[in-house]
Design a protein around this ligand. Structure first.
Ligand code: CDT
Length: 320
């Protein structure tokens, strides 16, 4: 057995004007909770330290800057206590944040932080940025201005090994962020590296007819049900098709009394089954024991890529 106890730290409503210290305190409490349940790795959501600010048009540069971590996330005063706590409780964390580089670039990023060595093992920058550069003209529409605030990620989909986890051999991890989970190419890039555990934090609007754009989704309740269905569909199917576990952590709930984000944080096994999932749309820790050994069946049989893929027919995927 190569067992890992993994946790998704789901975060409920986080409002635009919430004090960042309060949000950070919630994250510290979630980490304590997960640690007390014996979790070895805890995944936090996309852009976990603030509200989902890309829904707002923010023209004031100082205000916009206040949502970003500057000078390296582990040293940024508004994020550092989380990494310090991870070291203290000896639990690895993966967390999403808005990254401002010294060169003035901005990305929607996440890191995997190795508690034992106090170092970042891997960083990922979101590749698939949904939404638009310009806000909608309809004042009722919910914006998704990720193309305005972030550059597309430039680090690719790189798997990485985590030392001293899972006993007999080091597990292979990969990370993606929110909208990436809807793109099979992202999963396949990790799958081709033999990934055994995919981490994905997200903020998914429950009702955003201008974004999802289908008549069937005009009813907010139906729209949210569909959004949860599609979320689970992509997590379960892509985990199965790449013979990997996956963990996803939501920022969810009703932000500012009017922006609904779906819950549905869960842990999926390589057969595509949900083995643990959130019961609320609030701060909640979801924990599961994952035996990475069971990835082997899919990787050596149905999805033995070396034996069964026919790459001569796949060139359209990258040529177009
Ligand atoms: N944050 C993020 O990437 N959200 C997207 C919304 C898509 S457009 C409503 C998602 O794929 O969940």
């Amino acid at each position: 057995a190569r067992k890992i106890r993994i946790a998704a730290a789901q975060m409920g409503a986080t409002h635009l004007k919430d004090d960042r210290k309060e949000t950070l305190d919630r994250m510290l409490a979630l980490l304590d909770d997960a640690a007390s349940q014996g979790a070895e790795v805890v995944l936090f959501p996309e852009l976990a330290f603030t509200t989902f600010f890309p829904r707002h048009l923010i023209n004031d540069p100082d205000e916009l800057s206040s949502f970003f971590e500057h000078g390296g996330v582990t040293e940024s005063p508004s994020a550092k206590p989380l990494f310090d706590k991870a070291r203290e409780v000896k639990v690895d964390i993966s967390v999403g944040f808005a990254e401002a580089t010294d060169a003035g670039e901005r990305f929607n990023s996440c890191v995997y932080y190795h508690a034992k060595t106090g170092s970042i093992l891997s960083k990922y920058r979101k590749v698939h940025l949904p939404g638009d550069f310009e806000p909608f003209t309809d004042p009722e529409a919910t914006n998704q201005l990720e193309k305005r605030y972030f550059k597309p990620g430039n680090l690719g989909f790189e798997s990485f090994r985590v030392p001293e986890l899972a006993l007999s051999s080091e597990p292979i991890f990969g990370m993606m962020i929110c909208n990436d989970r809807r793109w099979p190419e992202a999963w396949r890039c990790l799958g081709l590296q033999g990934v055994e555990m995919v981490l994905c934090g997200y903020n998914t609007a429950g009702f955003a007819p201008h974004l999802w754009g289908s008549d069937a989704k005009q009813d907010p309740q139906q729209a949210e049900e569909d959004a949860v269905f599609h979320h689970k569909l992509v997590m379960q199917s892509n985990s199965y098709m790449n013979a990997t576990f996956s963990v996803c952590a939501a920022r969810c709930g009703m932000d500012d009394g009017k922006y609904s984000l779906i819950g549905g944080s869960c842990i999926v096994d390589p057969e595509g089954r949900i083995v643990a999932e959130a019961k609320t749309k609030e701060d909640e820790v979801v924990v599961a024991d994952c035996d990475l050994e069971i990835c082997r069946a899919g990787k050596t049989r149905t999805f033995d890529f070396g034996r069964h893929r026919r790459t001569e027919h796949y060139s359209r995927i990258t040529d177009q």
